[in-house]
Ligand binder design. Structure first.
Ligand code: ZN
Length: 259
């Protein structure tokens, strides 16, 4: 069975900026979905901000193994109720891949609980990404470093909690940035990947597409389902007989030990 990906795109710049339209004529979301489906193990659909429920209905989310998220100009227009539902699905085990300016999306900030702020400069400078974790599945088949000729710069400090760093970027202007970072939340895996400013053909680049495919395969749910991860605390009966001689904790008898 193929990995079911939903590629979410804000789809705003594509309609307002001629340069973006020329780089991604059918929208960044459609381009990313097509790039992913070139891999035989992946099937991808798209969802956009302007659709009912932003294209993320209960049915779509239930059929999504991994959700990718690109947003920039309209983070505030994403309904909190949809963010709630996506968060719940991630905790249950759905993978989430947050791209570029998605660092400031409601869902990324919700999942990480930190500012997710960073420094930036938009001059189309060279970016070199270094693999700092060559054994990681997301780095599979990626050279020790690769260059994106023109990109927006993102710099540290990056307001994220500690995560597993797979890629580190160097920029022509001198900055360094944690550009590929993994997190676990509930049963779900989250990967942030920095490149992808809308005016440059970054998602046309083979190495970038390979990272996205690897990230989907890494983030797909593989462990046990966790149907109701927020329903805690739960009192459960003990499976073993609990014996204690501490009077403060009652008689030696079976039970939960909870009062
Ligand atoms: Zn950007």
């Amino acid at each position: 069975m193929k990995i079911r990906v939903t590629v979410w795109g804000e789809n705003v710049h594509e309609h307002k900026n001629e340069r973006v339209k020329s780089v991604y004529p059918r929208g960044m979301h459609a381009h990313i979905a097509e790039a992913l489906t070139k891999d035989g193990d992946i099937t991808a659909r798209t969802a956009t901000l302007d659709q009912p429920e932003h294209g993320l209905t209960d049915a779509v989310l239930a059929e999504t193994d991994v959700l990718t998220w690109w947003g920039h100009a309209a983070h505030g227009k994403v309904e909190d109720a949809i963010v709630d539902k996506v968060q719940a699905r991630v905790l249950q085990g759905m993978g989430l891949i947050v791209l570029h300016s998605g660092h400031f999306s409601k869902i990324f900030k919700r999942m990480l609980g930190t500012s997710c702020a960073l420094t930036w400069r938009e001059q189309g400078e060279k970016e070199r990404l270094w693999v700092c974790n060559p054994g990681h599945p997301i780095a599979k088949g990626i050279p020790p470093s690769f260059v994106i000729p023109h990109e927006e710069m993102y710099g540290e400090p990056f307001g994220i909690p500690d995560g597993e760093v797979v890629f580190l970027s160097w920029f022509e202007g001198g900055e360094a940035f944690r550009s590929g970072v993994c997190f676990n939340r509930g049963a779900g895996k989250i990967f942030y990947f920095r490149p992808g400013h809308e005016t440059y053909p970054t998602y046309h680049q083979a190495e970038v597409q390979k990272v996205l495919v690897n990230a989907v395969k890494w983030a797909m749910p593989m462990g046990q389902k966790w149907e109701n991860p927020s329903a805690a605390p739960k009192v459960v009966p003990s499976l073993e007989t609990i014996r204690t001689e501490d009077p403060a904790h009652g008689q030696s008898a079976g039970g939960t030990g909870l009062k």
